[in-house]
Design a protein around this ligand. Structure first.
Ligand code: FEO
Length: 398
């Protein structure tokens, strides 16, 4: 398998092929913890660690490049989150003479997580614009705070026009290919969107600032800490991030629902049908207990309108509706218009709570109160649902 990205720079990370759950976010085809080797004429550096349990694989990949851990001069830590840093105690023990290079925020975080091991590490604290010379190659540091954590930064090798971008531009896309040249672009972009929607979406403003910085750098390669390396399609990745970080949505209506005895499901289908009657409208209909929440958040990333239905259960909405709502509140998709509906036996309190929650997020509600019915929706109620779905979708053309 090819590991050399360009002259003297290699990927040496690890593959977590069976991972399907990544701190609460569902992953479709496994995860990579990318780590890189940069061999200068005078010095050698590793860029980023891997998750604990994967260090043996990282070290085997290092040795396959002809480098023993004891020969490593620097370990650059761009980000302190555990998927990249929890293997550091083992890596730093193996790279016995290496300095650990990071910014001051990262040092503080690492000392918080790895208290005893960190006591033994030789920290070199850098800041924006600082460089470390490896001889013929230079590592220059670019701070990208809150893309993903406060200490997040990128590392640039000007002699190769190569940027190690950390989580930014990452995707959980597994392939034997090293770069994006020979894989279907749409598949990679789909995983880029899935990652952004579930990880970076609530950090749109700070990620936008990071993208702006990166755009001003002359790059031939963007090497993220997850997934494939961007080379041929760098502009496609940057354009996607520009759209998402700007909160630009499509003519797309997502209808979500849960249902107890199929009444709210009947209403949801009528809402979706009404929305689909708007010419060219992209409409997605999801039962929240039959769709991974991470996939729903992916679909909501570019949606301009949301219709959300739930029966009332124990005076509230149904539990999985609450779970999806929690992710919507946390990830804050840039939905413009919303509508709430649902069936109840005797009190529409669940729908009212759902309406209040979405309204509190500053989504413009189509109706002042949710559209509700008792027990089974009548043909008239279903027609009202269909009309509401149509009107909701039409808001996107105004
Ligand atoms: Fe891949 Fe924020 O860690």
């Amino acid at each position: 398998m090819r590991t050399e990205i360009c002259e003297s720079i290699y990927r040496i990370g690890a593959v977590d092929r069976l991972c399907r759950e990544f701190h609460g976010y569902s992953v479709r085809s496994g995860v990579t913890y990318n780590s890189y080797l940069v061999r200068g004429t005078d010095k050698t550096a590793i860029i980023d660690g891997v998750k604990a349990g994967f260090v043996a694989e990282q070290l085997a990949n290092l040795r396959a490049c002809g480098v023993e851990p004891a020969q490593v001069d620097f370990v650059i830590v761009n980000h302190a989150e555990a998927d990249h840093a929890s293997g550091l105690p083992q890596l730093m023990a193996a790279c016995e003479r290496a300095e650990l290079v990071c910014d001051a925020k990262c040092e503080k975080t690492l000392r918080g997580y790895y208290t005893d091991a960190a006591m033994t590490w030789k920290f070199r604290i850098i800041k924006e614009g600082d460089s470390v010379s490896l001889g013929d190659l230079t590592l220059t540091f670019v701070e990208t705070p809150m893309a993903h954590w406060p200490e997040s930064m990128a590392t640039y090798v000007p002699e190769r026009k190569l940027l190690f971008s950390m989580d930014a531009f990452g995707q959980h896309y597994l392939t034997y290919e090293l770069t994006d040249e020979n894989v279907p672009l749409n598949n990679v972009l789909a995983e880029l969107r899935h990652y952004y929607a579930n990880i970076l979406q609530p950090l749109g403003a700070t990620t936008k600032a990071a993208v702006k910085k990166i755009q001003n750098i002359d790059v031939d390669y963007i090497c993220p800490s997850h997934g494939i390396i961007w080379h041929k399609h760098i502009n496609a990745a940057i354009d996607a991030y520009k759209k998402w970080t700007a909160g630009i949505t499509d003519r797309k209506t997502v209808v979500l629902y849960d249902t107890m005895w199929n009444s709210t499901e009947m209403m949801a289908e009528a809402v979706a049908r009404g929305a689909s009657e708007v010419d060219g409208m992209n409409v997605c209909l999801f039962h929240v207990r039959h769709t991974p929440t991470s996939d729903i958040m992916d679909e909501l990333l570019e949606a301009g309108a949301l219709a959300f239905g739930s029966p009332t259960q124990n005076t509230l909405y149904m539990p999985e509706v609450g779970a999806v709502l929690t992710d919507i509140r946390g990830l804050r998709p840039a939905i413009k218009h919303a509508f709430v509906f649902g069936s109840c036996g005797w009190t529409p309190t669940g729908q009212a709570l759902l309406q209040d929650t979405l309204a509190a997020m500053c989504y413009k509600m189509l109706t002042e109160k949710p559209l509700t019915c008792n027990w089974r929706p009548s043909p008239e109620v279903l027609q009202s649902c269909r009309d509401a779905g149509h009107q909701l979708a039409q808001q996107l053309d105004k």
